[in-house]
Design a protein around this ligand. Sequence first.
Ligand SMILES: Cc1ncc(C[n+]2csc(CCOP(=O)(O)OP(=O)(O)O)c2C)c(N)n1
Length: 336
Amino acid sequence: MPEPFVTIPCLDVHGVTRETRLALFRLVLLQRIAEERVMTLYRQGRIPGSVYTGRGQEAVAAAGGLALDPTDVIAPLNREMAAHFARGVTVGDVFRNYLGKADSPTRGRDGNMHFGMASKDVFPLVSMLGDLCPLIVGAALAFKRRGEARVALTFWGDGAFSVGDVHEGLNLAGVLHVPAVFVIQRNGYAYSTPTTRQMLNTSITERVRGGWSLPCEEVDGTDAIATYVAIRAAVERARNGEGPQAIEAVSMRMEGHAAHDAGNYMDQDEKRRYETERDPVERLAARLLLDGFSAAEVDSHRQAASDEVAAGLAEAELSPAPDPASLADGVYAQPL
Ligand SMILES: Cc1ncc(C[n+]2csc(CCOP(=O)(O)OP(=O)(O)O)c2C)c(N)n1
């Protein structure tokens, strides 16, 4: 018999409505199930790029996306599919992009999560790690200069935290006092390098506070509700003129770096223990039961998410492949 899920006491959850809890559950389920389907498609040779899942980190992606108002902007990285869904990107959009379809967000130029949607204020992913930091500082500066009560939020990992652009961005954000929120995912690894071999002080919170004099709060990134409460509060502080805010969300990458990496270098006992005790999807399901939702209600939400993923994939399968003659369209400037 597996151990029952442990419910670690989380932050005061007062004020997180029933609707918000269910919205978080839908988002973590959508990411978990959609990524499982993407992995299957990858193994079938149907994905032209590689696949980087956020298994184990779905709660942070969902919470970050849901914590924003519709007029805010977000810049997700490739492990934050749920943040896209929170902004209204559909499962069909994601599968169309993975399958390289003509009507996908990148019109078949990418077979991955490297896309944004201007209509939903989702910035496209920049592959150069760390570069989303100064990018959203720029967006937040624009909001401040225009007098708009909008916030810009981005995510990055512990590995990206070591990139110079992150520190230039954090410094600038503090000096310019802009409404930016930085969600730093400490998932234990940067590719095959454990966090303990990347930095002497593995507390990103201490480093952000001590190095850049910015507020930073550490949160259990496997607890969707606690993470939502922490990010939502940070977003509101930023919106209310309190300047940039950071959140260190602690979780674990439950797989290798990407579909081509089995992650054999990871501590397998730790991984198993994490899967049993800290899986964010199952922790939220257990929490909903404790909060009075019935098992049948929880199961019906699992089924609804599974149906939504199946419908999105079926819809994407029907989309046409790009016309090879259009290959250079939108890639090079048109001659005058
Ligand atoms: C500037 C830069 N250096 C190296 C890479 C290659 N690279 C892609 S992901 C990755 C590891 C990132 O680790 P982390 O920031 O902790 O995020 P995680 O993969 O754990 O989500 C590396 C080294 C890159 N994309 N950009």
